[in-house]
Design a protein. Structure first.
Length: 211
């Protein structure tokens, strides 16, 4: 049984890299190697990938320009898209996910979309659901679209025991770390010796055990 994984990467440098890989049973999707060459100086879309066989999805794809449509329809093999600001990156990703589900028959739960912000992830989820709902396609198990951080936490919750850690863990961001250190300095009476929690963290971080 063939499976597809679609990954969307968004950055503040106006670079989008959606990748769709067709895997057969026993293969490792995680083994891809993608090289990104110098590209940001060129506007528009540049496609790399194997062309897909034509499928009649005109009503779904009529809203796309030719470059966007090419990006959506090429679904066989790895695909790299380099796009400038305002070129419709989110539109291409959401239509691509909808196209994989409706035209290619890819199970929604086999599709992964990742981005940097919760806002972008929520927008992608909503747009994919809206696109498919308009065409009468239900999503009993929707594709997984989340931020990098959320997805990585999901993986850790499920598999971190293999690294010898408990699944019952918390992740502290920089503000959380400074609040904890500040409380510790106060409790230990070291507030006069160490000027700030940030300074304490700068001393602690290099001394943490690495595994």
């Amino acid at each position: 049984m063939a499976r597809y994984v679609s990954i969307a990467l968004f950055s503040n440098k106006s670079l989008t890299i959606p990748i769709t890989h067709r895997c057969t049973e026993g293969s490792l999707c995680e083994s891809w190697a993608v090289r990104v060459e110098s590209c940001l100086s060129s506007p528009g879309f540049f496609l790399r990938g194997s062309p897909a066989s034509p499928i009649n999805m005109s009503s779904l794809l009529d809203d796309l320009n030719p470059q966007q449509r090419d990006a959506v329809e090429q679904t066989d093999g790895p695909l790299l898209i380099l796009a400038g600001a305002g070129s419709g990156k989110t539109r291409v990703i959401t239509y691509r996910v909808a196209y994989l589900i409706e035209a290619r028959g890819v199970p929604p739960e086999s599709i992964l979309g990742v981005t940097f912000t919760n806002k972008a992830a929520d927008q992608m989820k909503e747009r994919v659901a809206t696109l498919l709902a308009k065409r009468g396609v239900g999503l009993p198990r929707p594709p997984l679209i989340s931020t990098f951080h959320s997805f990585c936490v999901r993986v850790l919750r499920r598999h971190i025991d293999r690294l010898g850690y408990s699944r019952d863990f918390s992740i502290y961001d920089e503000d959380d770390q400074q609040r904890v250190v500040k409380a510790c300095l106060k409790e230990l009476g070291l507030t006069e010796l160490i000027t700030s929690p940030r300074a304490a963290l700068a001393r602690i971080s290099p001394r943490r055990p690495r595994r």
